[in-house]
Design a protein around this ligand. Sequence first.
Ligand code: 2NL
Length: 340
Amino acid sequence: MAGTDQLEQLREEALAALGALADAQALEAWRVRYLGMKGAVKSALKQLKDLPPDQKPAFGMLANRVKQDLAAAFEARKGDLVGAQGRRAQAVDMSLPALPLRLGHRHIITRTIEEITEIFARMGFTVAHGPEVEDEWHLFEALNMPLAHPARDPLDSFFITPSVILRTETSTVQIRVMESQQPPVRVVCPGRAYRPDTLDATHSFMFHQVEGLYVDEGVSMADLKTCVNQFCGAYFSPDVPTRFRPHFFPFTEPSAEVDIGCHLCAGSNPTCPVCKGTGWIELGGCGMVDPNVLDAVGYDSEKYTGWAFGLGIERMLMQKCNIPDIRLLFENDVRFLRQF
Ligand code: 2NL
């Protein structure tokens, strides 16, 4: 039985050697030596053909057994060694610099609204908010737009039902403020507004505006111009020129559009991409509150006067930060948004 003794010995030796291995490299050398194509188990099996026939079955069976045992022991040891090395590799290296921690922040539109309302707060304005869906009274009637008024064209507003409409401006909030208190009123209303405009670089079906309203005894257009000039100086730069251009709004009389001088060309470039060569950029509109609006909210229009303005927030932000396309603000692409 010399052959089978030899096999047992081989198994002992191999298992002892396996237990003493230190790393994955030594493990691979062990596998080649014992289980490889030219390894010890293979060469022991070669003896089979030289054995007497009666010894062949016992030797063959044991040889296969040894081979299986060594293969199983190899797999178990591999799990130990590779696992331990893997765990060591994953261990925290305290000497490495920390991974950068990317904190989120509020959207640039939100921050712009805060910056703008802060400027008006310094001039004594409070802030009011209101619903984004409105009734015809707050959106049209109270703002001096009776049923036949062209601004009530159904194609110019988003209707939820015939009497529930997405607000097209935040003046609705000022109407609500006036309905809830007597003058003096000094309030700004920032927020979303909706109009069915076709999307392009400067238009969106949803945008933000800030409206301001001041009603008291003896309020004049001179106060309006000073307030708007002060605001533009604070938000853009102290020396930014402004221009008030006569215009028409149903809710103010007289009315004007507000422009600031083009920061890019100051009117010197006839092909300027920002001001289109006019030298001016329109921010919004303003005017003296129409007495019909004061009457609608129950104010004494003989006693009180007021002014109001409405400014586009995206427009001001795009001006200030050189943003070429309004869509960039609403596509939620963090590569763009995290710059601010
Ligand atoms: C624009 C023009 C404007 C107003 C908004 C207003 C509000 C009340 C009464 C009277 Cl409650 N007027 N708001 C006045 C003039 C212009 O907005 O182009 N906005 C982006």
